[in-house]
Ligand binder design. Sequence first.
Ligand SMILES: NC(=O)c1ccc[n+]([C@@H]2O[C@H](COP(=O)([O-])OP(=O)(O)OC[C@H]3O[C@@H](n4cnc5c(N)ncnc54)[C@H](OP(=O)(O)O)[C@@H]3O)[C@@H](O)[C@H]2O)c1
Length: 351
Amino acid sequence: MATRTMNPVKVLNFFTQVKRSPNVSRFGLCNIFQGFTTARRDDQPPEYISASQVQQVLRYKELIPEIEKSFVNFSDRKNGGIIQPVRLKVPVKEHSGILYVMPCYSAKDNALITKVTAPYYSKDNVNHRVPSHLLYFNAGTGDLVAIMDGTVISEMRTAAASAVATKHLASEDTEVLCILGSGAQARSHAQALKFVRPFSEVRVWSRTPANAKRFAEEIGATACETAEQAVSGADVIVTVTSSSTPVLLGKWIKPGAHINGAGAARPTWRELDDDVMHKSVVIADSIEAAMVESGAIILSKAKVTGELGEVISGKIKVDKKKTTLFKSLGMAVQDVVSAKLVYERIQETKS
Ligand SMILES: NC(=O)c1ccc[n+]([C@@H]2O[C@H](COP(=O)([O-])OP(=O)(O)OC[C@H]3O[C@@H](n4cnc5c(N)ncnc54)[C@H](OP(=O)(O)O)[C@@H]3O)[C@@H](O)[C@H]2O)c1
């Protein structure tokens, strides 16, 4: 039975310094000792980390660069050290729900997690619930060290992913941001995108006008009566609705705009019409997942140029003057790097 005799954060920091030494390999000493230092007694329950604790420690300034690196690692295949199968789905038809299981191991981060999330939809997608938790393991021993509420992580890592896509795919001189949707993802996107581009105007549209108005007031944006009004002339467009049918039409889009399409992660659902799909350079987070999960891609039969990780690493060159679309489905590797940040920051507060 392993017991903790030293402050694990101090020991980990020591070995992190050792790892930075040019003579120590990337996957070397630090990884071995990280497993050792976070070893738990067999009878010790995993730590519970609540949504408010996550909110206190997770910051876009730190998260966006981590998400950026995770895209590169993911698309670097074997060299990237990411093991991430396409998520497992268990439909709960009788209750209009679905359970997703999203495991991932990142060798370079020495981190192992599984996210379990269960979006449940009521009629017309009103008041849908998305309970979400992350199981954070000690990658060195397989012990479950923490259970984290996953809602804030899902909101922030998805918005951080769109921020990374915007940084690499949107033209440099963006002025107008348009957000279609007014829920949790709309709020996180409004915050995160400011870290990569300045916007002089933000417009929002939502199916329920009162929700659009409330959201617009909250973030100092303009609420538009129609989606077309919000989209016309926008440089960056975000679609974050639970709609299963298109809310964004290609005929409204300014040539050269960048779109982050983050909703509709089911093969029969789509927020984007055929015109959007065929006039854009389409970049996916994971091509493997996009081909089985994205209704926008499957139903339109649009060509997918590549993955965001390949754009960031320079393997694929995309002309920012063209209309670009980042089709985001969400990846467990984003949860891995987010959860690691959260866990480490929380341990630091205890030292
Ligand atoms: N890509 C990723 O990694 C990722 C991660 C998490 C979530 N998501 C997806 O992001 C989307 C938004 O999630 P959320 O957490 O922000 O949800 P939310 O808080 O429940 O907000 C849902 C939004 O969708 C709108 N909506 C619902 N049904 C609609 C319809 N039929 N037509 C037009 N608008 C409709 C709602 O509009 P009103 O309130 O105005 O009616 C609301 O603005 C979902 O599709 C979710 O699955 C993606």
